[in-house]
Design a protein around this ligand. Structure first.
Ligand SMILES: Nc1ncnc2c1ncn2[C@@H]1O[C@H](COP(=O)(O)OP(=O)(O)OP(=O)(O)O)[C@@H](O)[C@H]1O
Ligand SMILES: [Mg+2]
Length: 302
């Protein structure tokens, strides 16, 4: 486990922000921490990246305790914050070179790494412009590039695509996908269900400092009532006959059957119907979305 926390607790005055958080993240995986504003996502990342100390409990990164061995932890991780931290008065290239030099790259190696990263994040055209002329999306990409200068084992991304347009968001997702293929573990926070669905192997939903759900996107969707199959027939009589054969509930000419959303189930239902000579006109399946999950679990509108 590259991340392991036990009973992690953090308070600000009367406000208990994290109450006994237990988390384990396997190396090479992508974990999405999902939750409404104020759920404690950034606080979790700040503790895991040694920027804030927990009040109780413990956290280890690659076996190093975040409180007792912060320097060792920092050697393993990299962090891209919720608010991009770049030097506005320098160019993108200068920002990258500066980080590389801080990370003790030799001058020529720093130049090579900088070019690689500019290329990968599709920044070469703007590399020699001052950052203050960048759009939010360019800034975010530069920020991500900066967090990768030293090839971390574990990368924290705090809301990496908040405020980005759909194109920049896709670029960011692709970049994250490349990192995952290289074996980098990603710990990201997001308020976008689509993002969690798309990137994460595992989703942890945080609400008021507690884990309210933990699993794959599919498992979470299934936990909210599962999928259903809607079969629409040419007449209400046909629907009534189908209802006798396959169960579910009838609404006019439509029968809705609970389903696991699999092709096997669809096949079996259609087989039963066609064998009995009842033929639906239309078939559709409904899978609950992560939005449904989020709303059900946190009571918050996503
Ligand atoms: N330095 C601080 N001092 C006092 N309260 C804080 C501090 N940092 C965070 N908090 C409080 O802790 C709670 C959790 O904040 P946190 O930033 O972790 O939430 P978040 O899940 O990242 O929210 P968002 O989606 O808005 O980024 C909030 O109620 C916040 O006001
Ligand atoms: Mg936050």
């Amino acid at each position: 486990m590259i991340v392991e926390t036990a009973g992690l607790t953090k308070r600000y005055g009367e406000n208990t922000v994290l109450s006994g958080l237990d988390l384990k993240v396997a190396e090479g995986s992508v974990l999405a921490l999902l939750g409404p504003n104020g759920a404690g996502k950034t606080t979790t990342i700040r503790i895991l990246s040694t920027l804030t100390r927990p009040d109780e409990g413990s956290a280890r990164i690659a076996g190093f305790d975040v409180v007792r061995s912060p320097a060792a932890v920092r050697g393993v991780i990299s962090l891209t914050g919720q608010y991009a931290a770049v030097d506005e008065e320098q160019t993108g290239r200068e920002n990258l070179l500066m980080i590389a030099r801080l990370r003790r790259f030799r001058r020529s190696a720093a130049r090579v790494r900088t070019s690689e990263l500019l290329e990968r994040f599709q920044l070469p055209d703007v590399a020699d412009r001052r950052v203050r002329t960048y759009s939010g999306g360019l800034r975010r990409r530069l920020d991500l590039a900066m967090s990768l200068v030293a090839r971390p084992r574990l990368l924290f991304l705090d809301e990496p695509t908040t405020g980005l347009d759909p194109v920049s968001r896709t670029t960011m997702w692709d970049a994250v996908g490349d990192l995952v293929r290289e074996g980098v573990t990603i710990f990201l926070t997001t308020q976008y269900l689509e993002e969690a669905d798309r990137l994460a192997d595992r989703i942890v939903v945080l609400d008021n400092g507690n884990v309210v759900a933990d699993g794959t996107a599919d498992a979470l969707k299934n936990s909210v009532g599962g999928a259903r199959l809607d079969l629409t027939f040419p007449s209400c009589e046909d629907a009534a006959r189908a209802h006798v054969l396959v169960g579910g509930v009838t609404d006019g000419p439509t029968v809705s059957v609970p389903s696991d959303g699999s092709a096997t189930h669809l096949h079996r239902v259609l087989d039963d119907l066609l064998t009995a000579g009842v033929r639906p006109d239309r078939v559709s399946t409904h899978r609950p979305t992560l939005d449904d999950v989020f709303t059900t679990l946190t009571g918050a509108a996503a």
